[in-house]
Design a protein around this ligand. Sequence first.
Ligand code: VGL
Ligand code: ZN
Length: 377
Amino acid sequence: MKALVLVDLQNDFGPGGALPVPEGDAIVPLINQLQKQFQLVVATQDWHPSTHGSFAANHPGSKRGETIQLNGLPQILWPIHCVQNTPGAEFLHTLDRTGIEMIFQKGTDSGIDSYSGFFDNGHRKSTGLGDYLKSKSVEEVYIVGLATDYCVKFTALDSVQLGFKTFLIQDACRGVDLKPGDTASAVDEMRRAGVRILKSSEVMAGAAMEVLYRGKHIQMVRLGNWEFAHRPEISGIVAIVAATAEDEILLVEQFRPPVGKYVLELPAGLAGDLAGSEKEDLAEAAKRELLEETGYQAGQMTLLTEGPPSAGIASEVVTFFRADHLRSVGCGGGDHSENIIVHKVPLANAVAWLETQRQSGKLVDPKVFAGLFFLTK
Ligand code: VGL
Ligand code: ZN
């Protein structure tokens, strides 16, 4: 079961509110659309007593934005906002509330703030959200709302800690950016903690996708009238364009059962295909694949372009890297199952060599020509 958690979509965080988040209301139409894709929608509500310790006004002599100690925890001081039973604490009026199953209020204790929708900032008391989601057999938590760098971030981090597969729908969130860059760093921090960062378009497509066949690594899915292959667990595919100091392009050759022939290709591989490495950085994956397949260590990986090699039959999008400062450290060949042959082909006659290979009955992956383009332009 999947749940959508709407974080603090309240008037005080919208335009004209006490603590306005830039474009805080702009995400509401998108969130109303997203809600239709979920069987369970819950919301959090910042719900402070007027005596709350996070309000600068309750600390004479202190200013907004300043950090003080509040019962042993650092506390940023905010303007008075989201006071219980005031219009500022109500949900943004454009938000579709009809699908919200439960509301979890937080920040109700004057002595401690609560950015996360699950726990207060000292992890002392729970709001009940975690137990509620578990009681509904929720395994995947999707998070949207305000503000990316505070309540959204801490909600997502706690969600991961509680064992939920956690997704941030990035374009359905907005940040405060007290310091410029805070929102971007918050997204990085979430990613490093294991939160998967998604675009709303991916969620809309994913939710409408019907799985026709579930294999070990690949699915056949239907989306509208389209049937295609989809790999749900990977973060990307990398192809590596690499030339040696002697101006030879590195190609790999292996037997490919789907086409029943030996195929010449760029070194390539999946990122995030090993258990626990879903967050694997694409450039790192490119270095690893190049080394495994060809035995060359790259001193530098530069992003070239990305695109879908077969947009009609697969959801996959390949990211191309150029490898520089190559050092031969092994013989390559891939893992035991792969039986990869490595070719070093002089750039000057690579096209003619490839044509000879093709005429001898092998197949040449057209991505090789894209690689040659990047090396020779
Ligand atoms: C929030 C600051 C203070 C939030 C709540 O919803 O992100 N930020 N209270
Ligand atoms: Zn608050």
